[in-house]
Design a protein around this ligand. Structure first.
Ligand code: ADP
Ligand code: MG
Length: 330
């Protein structure tokens, strides 16, 4: 390979690349031919309902599972034959998986000790990461002496202390209550931006995925239905599954066509008043064709997916209710 082409390869190497990856357990096809490219420094989310293959995909990347077929690359290198400890990734599990008998500091230092890092350096790195995780002064406690949110941050500290290129997070906020979960979403996002580490984040919570991700992949039955930015996936769902799973949408039928219309894009008008816009979008919710959502310039500008999805509902009984459906731009 010429120097120039080698340079190109380095520049273009994705943090994580999956090609034709397949994994079955007996009759169950958990991952059914997944192609995926995650860029270095990206906050990338695997979003999908329970059982759609998200955890299996993450475990394949980590090396806890071997694919039946396909190729897995990290930083451009084929890691198919490497065990988990020889991959530059760390995983944060939903149940934290802390050692209950060890202190917080020893839990966090564990990976460094296994790798033979000297005690003085271990201590420095553990202190540094505990401070970053806002766990200063808690190193001497046992996991049972911490709150759920603190335990969660210990699990993060334990992964981050190894300074991995890629951090894999499997529903890391699933056990927290709503308020703490929202705080942790902000914390995780700013942490990821500070550290510049690639995050591969698994969740079934579409709001979480839309809020936090640079890009996301929507999983369904072991396959990826769509990959894109939150705005793209929300505004232009690739098909009826994505339209139904991401965001709240009302299906409206007009002239034999079905439209997926988001509640916040519906304008209520007085009975008899002319609707602002009423032209048809050539969209068919419920079919496998593109289920592009009708656009609303204002909503797009304000990134309106946050917290607004259930703010209005439309019913055909409402006098003069009129879905505002600008013409689809093709
Ligand atoms: P998700 O994380 O999206 O909920 P999983 O990847 O855990 O989905 O599971 C995908 C499918 O594979 C499910 O049907 C699940 O029951 C099955 N599965 C996952 N792990 C195993 C296993 N170790 N043995 C048998 N079936 C499994
Ligand atoms: Mg899972």
């Amino acid at each position: 390979m010429s120097d120039e082409r080698a340079g190109d390869a380095v520049r273009k190497a994705a943090a994580v690349r999956l090609e034709g990856v397949r994994k079955s357990y007996g009759d169950v096809v958990a991952v059914d031919g997944v192609d995926l490219e995650i860029r270095a420094g990206e906050f990338f989310t695997l979003l999908g309902p329970s059982g759609s293959g998200k955890t299996t995909t993450l475990r394949l990347i980590a090396g806890f599972e071997r694919p039946d077929e396909g190729r897995i690359e990290l930083g451009g290198a084929d890691v198919g034959d490497r065990p988990p400890y020889a991959r530059d990734v760390n995983t944060v599990f939903q149940d934290y998986a802390l050692f209950p008998h060890m202190s917080i500091a020893d839990n966090v230092a564990y990976g460094l000790r296994v790798r033979g890092i000297r005690k003085a350096e271990r201590r420095g790195r553990v202190e540094d990461v505990l401070r970053r995780m806002r766990l200063e002064g808690l190193g001497g406690r046992k996991p049972s002496q911490l709150s759920g949110g603190q335990r969660q941050r210990v699990a993060l500290a334990r992964a981050l202390v190894n300074r991995p290129e890629v951090l894999l997070l499997d529903e890391p906020l699933g056990a927290l209550d709503l308020k703490l979960r929202q705080e942790m979403q902000l914390f995780l996002k700013s942490l990821q931006q500070d550290l510049g580490i690639t995050f591969v984040y698994v969740t079934h919570d579409q709001d979480e995925a839309l809020t936090m991700s640079d890009r996301l992949a929507v999983f369904n039955s072991g396959r990826i239905e769509q990959i894109g930015s939150p705005a793209k996936v929300y505004e232009s769902p690739a098909n009826a599954f994505v339209a139904g799973f991401v965001g709240v949408s009302n299906v409206v039928e007009r002239g034999g066509r079905r439209f997926a219309v988001r509640p916040e894009k519906i304008h209520m008008t007085e009975a008899g008043a002319a609707a602002q816009t009423g032209s048809h979008a050539s969209t068919a919710a419920g079919s496998s064709r593109s289920a592009r959502r009708p656009r609303c310039t204002k909503a797009r500008r304000t990134r309106s997916w946050r917290g607004s999805s259930a703010s209005r509902t439309w019913s055909s009984a409402a006098a003069g209710a009129s879905p505002s459906v600008p013409r689809r731009s093709t």
